[in-house]
Write a protein that binds this ligand. Structure first.
Ligand code: GLU
Length: 548
């Protein structure tokens, strides 16, 4: 077969040579050890936690090494494309601190290695497709859908591997005349790779996360170009990652089965192989077994979920870092105020089987994260959330920013800050009682005589004085406790609980429920102080009425 003639026949308009492309996209002038990597999403409109995980790993690997992170849009499947998906992806990732140095941007493209949208690179792919045909490494296949279906059925009946290989690869060795006749008859064709691999052979391959893999050779003549001339992912990624001078391909391990084919492609194209970093999927516990997070079953897979739930962006970031590198948490404890990129991220610590997503742990990380913020920041972020998801509450927060910030300041700072908030959604239930319109009472705890509760509250009203400091105030609470026959001294109460109907803690709870409506609240003295004497007294009076 005259493969040069075949190549010219199939690609008459391709005049550019691979050498010209090599010259147009030269090796990058990057420092030794710099990682050049990319995110290469398909614009389907759904941005999920996996994107963020992959983005974060890529971003850290690139920027920590003085390298480059670029965004390439893999839009070869026009059917799956959702308008605006790229913009959503870019802005979402940016929101989470993932910054691209080049590639597709909201207003176009930046960088010297473009175009960065695959559909605009057809000419480039065709140069290499032609080269492969010239070398005898690729050939056109005119099989119809029906023929391919029949092939599959036959393979099923014979219980052999599926795919276009061996005797099933009916266009592999057809003479040039047959190709011409088929083209002239207007039959559509795809370009296939001519594999010389055998499933009998295995070889070793080292992936940076998975370690040494025992890989079986590929014997299937896979499709390189579809009948519309658009490449498959396999072919496109080989050409793109080579010409964009990618040093590390960080991608999901669902691509591992295609790796043997990709290795063949790089070899046939004469490209230097990048390093591969195949990351496991995000897993979660389902009962006692682990499973992959699923788009259908798990709302927490979508990134929009975290925004709607009110997790601070920085908390999601922190959580993912703890998921990826188990030593991140200790580092954070030792460096509470350090910017996260001072942490030395290592792909070597990634779990090859995939990270285990744990909602409770996320909440924990988020509580710590919010506890590290100052009241100003908490106010600003809680307000931003409320403006989008609870405008009435936002209006309340804005009515008196100083008051709201003073509330947020309770228990903040210091060695052991309060950790009441995991999400911005928690803010209203946590502090709503500070505003009359949101005040509701959970009711007094069971097991106490209502007349006794009332007596305690009445006694409190008789002695309370807004000028009291915290210790004078507490002395009064203890005095009331003793007067109603409860234990004012906790130690004494603990050694002999049966001797008393209750303790000073219970009396505090009576007051707390009267004032906040809840059995749990931040420091009661501070709360009353902020609410102001008039409002606190008013609420206690109202509680006394209700107890009658
Ligand atoms: N478009 C592919 C995907 O979304 C990219 C895989 C890769 O990063 O190479 O899965």
């Amino acid at each position: 077969m005259d493969t040069i003639a075949l190549a010219n026949y199939l690609f008459p308009n391709v005049t550019t040579t691979p050498e010209e492309l090599e010259a147009r996209f030269p090796e990058r002038n990057a420092p030794e050890g710099a990682v050049i990597t990319r995110m290469a999403p398909s614009p389907t409109g759904f941005v999920h936690l996996g994107n963020l995980v992959q983005g974060l790993i890529s971003e850290r690997m690139a920027h920590q090494s003085g390298g480059v992170l670029f965004l390439r849009v893999e839009d070869t499947d026009a059917k799956r494309e959702v308008p605006g998906a790229v913009e959503v992806l870019i802005s979402t990732l940016k929101h989470y601190g993932i910054r691209f140095d080049e590639g597709v941007t909201v207003d176009g493209e930046a960088g010297d290695y473009g175009p960065y949208r695959q559909r605009q690179r057809a000419d480039i792919y065709h140069v290499y497709a032609k080269k492969l045909v010239e070398q005898g490494d690729a050939y056109p296949c005119f099989c119809t859908e029906e023929e391919l279906t029949r092939m599959r059925e036959l393979q099923e009946a014979r219980k052999v591997n599926f795919g276009y290989y061996g005797e099933y690869a009916i266009w592999r060795d057809r003479p040039f005349e047959d190709v011409k006749a088929a083209v002239e008859a207007g039959k559509p064709w795809v370009l296939r790779f001519r594999s010389t691999g055998s499933v009998e052979n295995k070889f070793k391959f080292t992936d940076l996360v998975k370690g040494v893999l025992n890989v079986t050779e590929n014997d299937v003549d896979q499709v390189l170009l579809k009948s519309d001339g658009i490449p498959t992912y396999h072919f496109a990624h080989a050409v793109d990652d080579h010409l964009m001078r990618t040093t590390h391909v960080v991608r999901g391990d669902e691509w591992l089965p295609s790796l043997p084919f990709h290795l063949q492609l790089f070899r046939a194209l004469g490209f230097k192989l990048p390093k591969y970093v195949h990351i496991g999927p995000l897993m979660k516990m389902d009962g006692t077994s682990k499973r992959k997070l699923s788009k259908r079953k798990d709302p927490e897979l979508a990134l929009t979920y975290y925004k709607a739930e009110g997790f601070p962006v920085s908390a999601v970031y922190e959580y993912i870092m703890t998921l990826l590198n188990s030593n991140y948490e200790d580092w954070r404890k030792a460096n509470p105020a350090a910017p996260s990129d001072e942490f030395k991220f290592s792909y070597k610590k990634l779990n090859p089987a995939g990270a285990l997503f744990d909602y409770a742990k996320l909440c924990d990380v988020s509580k710590n994260e919010i506890a590290r913020m100052d009241a100003e920041t908490v106010y600003a972020l809680a307000l931003e959330y409320a403006e989008e998801f609870d405008p009435d509450f936002a209006a309340v927060l804005k009515r008196d920013p100083g008051y709201a910030k003073a509330i947020f300041a309770i228990g903040r700072g210091g060695k052991k800050p309060r950790k009441d908030l995991a999400t911005w959604k928690d803010v209203k239930p946590y502090m709503g009682f500070f505003y009359d319109e949101y005040f509701v009472s959970e009711g007094f705890p069971e097991g106490f005589d209502r007349a006794v509760i009332r007596a305690a509250l009445e006694k409190y009203l008789a002695v309370c004085d807004p000028a009291d400091d915290a210790s004078a105030w507490f002395d009064k609470v203890k005095a009331i406790t003793a007067e109603i026959g409860f234990a004012a001294d906790m130690k004494e109460y603990k050694t002999n609980p049966d001797a008393f109907p209750g303790s000073v803690a219970d009396v505090s709870t009576f007051l707390r429920v009267a004032v906040t409506g809840k059995t749990n609240s931040p420091d009661l003295y501070t709360v009353m102080h902020l609410l102001g004497s008039e409002r606190s007294v008013g609420r206690i009076r109202k509680a006394i009425e209700d107890l009658k």
